[in-house]
Design a protein around this ligand. Structure first.
Ligand code: ADP
Ligand code: 5GP
Length: 218
């Protein structure tokens, strides 16, 4: 395996975790980087599974020790990708998937221009709001302020879509999963779904992407 680095970003609530979890069951040889974060655990999350949960002091110590490939402050908490995640994937001979925000993605793209970047968009502001609300309900934490903050942040994040190689709209889940899978296999050298992959290239998908951005008022 080539040791490809996949960067995936999306506004919170777009369905990125759902997509990534499905992708991992469909595609072999993908290692998932478990980020460090200073935010509190949510719902059924476990330390060392979804994230390494840590304190601000410990995180800042790791920043000073250059332990991170990238890090950023998102919604008031620190998040970072450990350099050791890259080494771990390499040792296993696997490709590595990073689920990181747009600020972190820009840092990685600069350091590693060969990385394959994928941006996931929600179909519309209405659908994004609904997904954020449904998720909060399922986790028993409905905070208007949090939902409002994430909806506003989505606008700014969506503008970064043009910096990514691929972009897909997570409308029908199965279709979005198929597109993600096709991109990973294509980047590994398969021609199996080349047409589908082409339609996900940011330049090719531009009219569809512009329509989503316009719906968000951008
Ligand atoms: P993110 O990781 O981007 O913050 P999640 O994966 O947690 O988002 O998804 C947010 C909510 O939207 C969850 O309740 C999830 O089940 C739902 N969801 C994700 N993708 C879809 C989809 N294609 N259609 C309908 N609901 C979806
Ligand atoms: P959440 O708190 O909803 O799990 O994640 C909030 C945001 O932080 C998401 O956009 C997610 O992609 C991002 N994120 C998660 N891990 C990292 C990381 O290691 N680095 C950066 N820069 N962002 C991250």
């Amino acid at each position: 395996m080539a040791g490809i680095l996949f960067i995936i970003s999306a506004p919170s609530g777009s369905g990125k975790s759902t997509l990534v979890n499905q992708l991992r069951t469909l595609v072999e040889g993908l290692d998932f980087s478990i980020s460090y974060t200073t935010r509190s655990r949510r719902g059924s999350e476990e330390d060392g599974r979804e994230y390494h949960f840590t304190t601000r002091e410990e995180f800042e110590r790791m920043v000073a020790a250059c332990d991170f490939l990238e890090w950023a402050e998102v919604f008031g908490n620190y998040y970072g990708t450990a350099v050791s995640a890259l080494k771990h994937a390499k040792a296993l001979g696997k490709d590595l998937l990073l689920d990181i925000d747009v600020q972190g993605a820009m840092q990685v793209m600069k350091k590693m221009p060969e990385a394959v970047s994928i941006f996931i968009l929600p179909p519309s502001p209405e659908v994004l709001e609904l997904r954020l609300r449904n998720r909060s309900k399922a986790e028993n934490v409905t905070s208007e302020a949090v939902i409002e903050k994430r909806l506003n942040a989505a606008k700014g994040e969506l503008k970064q879509v043009w910096d990514y190689k691929y972009a897909l709209v997570n409308d029908v889940l199965d279709k979005a999963v198929a597109e993600m899978r096709a991109i990973v296999l294509y980047e590994r050298g398969s021609e199996e779904a080349a047409e589908m992959v082409k339609s996900c290239r940011t330049d090719v998908a531009a009219p569809k992407l512009r329509a989503v951005l316009e719906a968000f008022g951008e």
